[in-house]
Design a protein around this ligand. Structure first.
Ligand code: ATP
Ligand code: PRP
Ligand code: MG
Length: 209
């Protein structure tokens, strides 16, 4: 049995067509069904539905053989203990700094609100900027509006969330997409099944160009 960890929402939605191309279609729909283990049209493959930030943990411990996770989540988790063989090119966005549209470029030591504490620390250190990082779990865009922080580090796609909150994107930190990750022991023990799956996914992606 191969277990694949996927998060509900955009990664699940965008991964479904890729999985369908390799014959993996969930039998239940997580939008309507409360089951967390989904059987699929392949008897040897099941999906587990978890929070996006938990995907590296499940795969690291071998609770799932494979997982699909954003590069943001992988970097923040520190995913050295996982294989990351394939960029699936889904859930694409950018990790950026953002601030109030009228705010001057902050000088000196700055306060930054983010859920990406490690990435932010590394980024500001690389820029020679002293930053106090405030860990949040969501609604980062609120922080500059209420004086909690000078700026935020968050994901940006259309920019709608920033605009709706009178913020503007400032520095581009990195491009983000979701990756297939593999447990290291599973890569050895279930090599044939995993290698075949990887090859099929890769071929399909190459065909699309
Ligand atoms: P939760 O809802 O459990 O708090 P989450 O907000 O991290 O978790 P998602 O919004 O589904 O869950 O994000 C999952 C991944 O999708 C992120 O780690 C990131 O890589 C990518 N992502 C997040 N927001 C966007 C976006 N607006 N556009 C494109 N990709 C995104
Ligand atoms: C994500 C992210 C930003 C927003 C950026 O939030 O945290 O807030 O998308 O996308 P945009 O530039 O297209 O507006 P999400 O939609 O995942 O909501 P969440 O707060 O529930 O994570
Ligand atoms: Mg989100």
């Amino acid at each position: 049995m191969l277990t694949i960890a996927v998060s509900k929402g955009r990664i699940y939605e965008e991964a479904l067509p890729l999985l369908a191309e390799v014959g993996i279609a969930p039998i239940d729909d997580p939008k309507t069904c409360r089951k967390l283990i989904l059987r699929t049209t392949r008897d040897d493959v099941q999906l587990v539905i978890i929070r996006a930030t938990d995907v590296p943990t499940f795969v690291e411990y071998g609770a799932a053989d494979l997982g699909i996770a954003g590069k943001d989540v992988l970097l923040e988790h520190g995913a050295e203990s996982l294989y990351e063989p394939l960029d699936l090119n889904i859930a694409r966005c950018r990790l950026m700094t953002a601030a109030h549209k009228n705010a001057p470029v902050p000088q000196g030591r700055i306060r930054v609100a983010t859920k990406y504490v490690k990435i932010a620390q590394k980024y500001f250190a690389s820029q020679g900027i002293q930053a106090e990082i405030i860990k949040l779990y969501g609604s980062m865009e609120l922080a500059p509006l209420v004086g909690l922080a000078d700026c935020i580090v968050d994901l940006v796609d259309t920019g709608n969330t920033l605009r709706a909150n009178d913020l503007e994107p400032r520095e581009h930190i990195m491009d983000i997409s979701s990756r297939l990750v593999v447990n290291k022991a599973a890569m050895k023990m279930k090599n044939q099944a995993i290698a075949t799956l990887l090859e099929q996914l890769e071929n399909n992606m190459a065909q699309r160009g």
